[in-house]
Design a binder for this molecule. Structure first.
Ligand code: UN1
Length: 495
């Protein structure tokens, strides 16, 4: 953290614990902010916005370019800190920083492409066009599992759009946020005085701090990542004050394995998507819907891959699965496995693994559960490495199963049939915001619009035209004719 520019005093400045799931130990005691402090941070961000919106967008892009440079220079340091704080294996920690770098590059280009349309007007001697303006303060509430990448998908777009940002990281991942803020400050120092104080505010703490952002009418855009339960609370509260919410919620994601699938490719795709990040991605593969004709050729191989996967300290070479974030996560996993058994499921794996004798760390062998049907815990998202496996006989049935749960974010089909692949990605196929062919549901690139969850309408962060959510649209009509033509055919003469 020192190398990234963090003052070491910050690490013992208060009583909010920062823990590492690698050992289960508390590694720092941080200052916690109150709801009042969060409100004050919004006030500073409002002032910053007033200045930042006047800086030309390509110049704003330069700040994001410099941030990308800092991230490149400290990729190893930040990746390691992600491993320590979120428990990701080394390659996944580095992968998360790479996503940040990628979105910075994307946003720099975007800073020269915030286009509006010119629209044919019905009035003679007029011109009509739309202009995109910055929206204001963007509140960003992030989760522990992508502690810094999700912030960057929001912040990089917000900054080039001309917005200021108030960030509330998860209480489970405060350290990576502190490091990123320090890197941002370095970029800002290189950029110069036209990036005002208050352009990036960070508030650390629990629910009250998040609620202060959710309820503040000076925050027109609120982006929150977390469970669908959290989204159901945040969405209506932001809507009540006519704010706009960008919700990145959970996913009870499925993959269909058809009779024509390449099973070697499927095995590798499924293993990464289901066990990667110890099942703690919103895109994690949680349900595998396998055609009855290939079930016996695939599932036993998967079960042995599950049994042999190396669970251990994330930063050690050869580890593929690191720890769960905490005891609650482990308890939830065990409860789901118990209820699967009660529904007639056969559980393989899932037990606690003793790693290094760390009593307060929770490592678990990933679990694969053969289920007689899609019922009980299969319908819920459990944030842990559990893969439920079920059989199907017709594609129609498989698609109905894939679509038959509430939390749908990402989905995929493994098939070599063009017809099946196209059906799955068509209007009558997957109902999720992400629908993939011959690649698992996780590991989405930043170039596409990410997230959402099907109940909220699909992707709205990162790439594609997601930037529009961080700006407001104005339609301008300019009369250059010197006359006032009839509007809607209505004559309204005054002398
Ligand atoms: C999340 O788990 O919150 O597609 C996001 C992926 C990553 C993002 C996951 N790019 O797995």
């Amino acid at each position: 953290m020192g190398r990234m520019g963090v003052d070491p005093a910050v690490l013992s400045a208060g009583s909010m614990p920062a823990n590492s799931p690698l050992t289960g130990e508390t590694v720092a005691s941080l200052k916690e902010d109150s709801a009042e402090e969060a409100t004050a941070a919004v006030g500073r961000a409002v002032e910053a916005f007033k200045a930042w919106r006047t800086v030309p967008a390509p110049r704003r892009g330069e700040l994001v370019r410099l941030l990308g440079e800092e991230l490149r220079a400290h990729k190893e340091d930040l990746g390691l800190l992600i491993s320590i704080e979120a428990g990701k294996i080394t390659s996944e920690g580095l992968g998360e920083v790479q996503e940040m770098i990628d979105i910075c590059d994307f946003a720099v280009g975007l800073s020269r492409q915030l286009y509006g349309l010119t629209i044919a007007t019905e009035r003679p001697g007029h011109r009509m066009m739309e202009t995109w303006h910055p929206a204001g303060v963007v509140g960003v509430i992030t989760a522990f599992n992508f502690p810094v990448a999700v912030w960057s998908w929001n912040a990089a777009l917000a900054f080039v759009s001309g917005d200021s940002v108030v960030w509330k990281p998860s209480e489970k991942s405060p350290l990576t946020a502190i490091a990123v803020q320090a890197l941002y400050e370095r970029a800002r120092a290189k950029f110069g005085a036209d990036a005002p104080d208050g352009l990036l505010e960070m508030v650390q703490g629990g629910r009250e701090v998040g609620e202060a952002l959710v309820d503040d009418p000076r925050v027109p855009v609120l982006s929150a990542t977390g469970s669908t339960r959290m989204g159901r609370q945040v969405g209506p509260r932001v809507a009540e004050r006519f704010g706009r919410s960008i919700l990145e919620l959970g996913g009870n994601n499925a993959a269909i394995v058809s009779s024509s699938a390449d099973l070697d490719l499927t095995l590798r795709g499924v293993a990464f998507a289901a066990m990667g990040t110890a099942g703690q991605r919103c895109t994690t593969l949680r349900r595998l819907i396998v055609h009855e004709s290939v079930y016996d050729a695939l599932v036993p191989r998967l079960i042995s891959a599950y049994a042999s996967v190396s669970v251990g300290v994330s930063t050690e070479e050869g580890t593929l699965v690191g720890p769960l974030i905490d005891k609650d996560a482990f308890d939830n996993m065990q409860a789901a496995l118990e209820s699967a058994k009660a529904e007639g499921g056969t559980v393989h794996g899932g037990e606690r693994v003793n790693v290094g004798g760390y009593e307060n760390a929770y490592y678990a062998q990933p679990a694969i559960v053969e289920m007689p049907s899609q019922c009980g815990p299969v319908l819920e998202e459990t944030f842990a490495p559990i893969l439920y496996v079920m059989r199907y006989s017709t594609l129609e049935e498989a698609i109905a199963m894939q679509n038959g749960v509430a939390a749908g974010l990402s989905s995929s089909i493994f098939t070599n049939s063009l017809s099946e692949a196209e059906t799955f990605t068509s209007a009558i196929g997957s109902d999720c915001g992400i629908a993939n062919v011959n690649i698992g549901p996780s590991g989405a690139e930043i170039g596409g619009a990410f997230g959402g969850e099907k109940e909220t309408g699909g992707g709205r962060e990162a790439g594609s035209d997601a930037w529009k959510a961080y700006m407001r649209r104005a339609t301008n009509t300019i009369n250059y004719s010197g006359a006032l033509p009839l509007a809607q055919g209505v004559k309204f003469d005054v002398e």
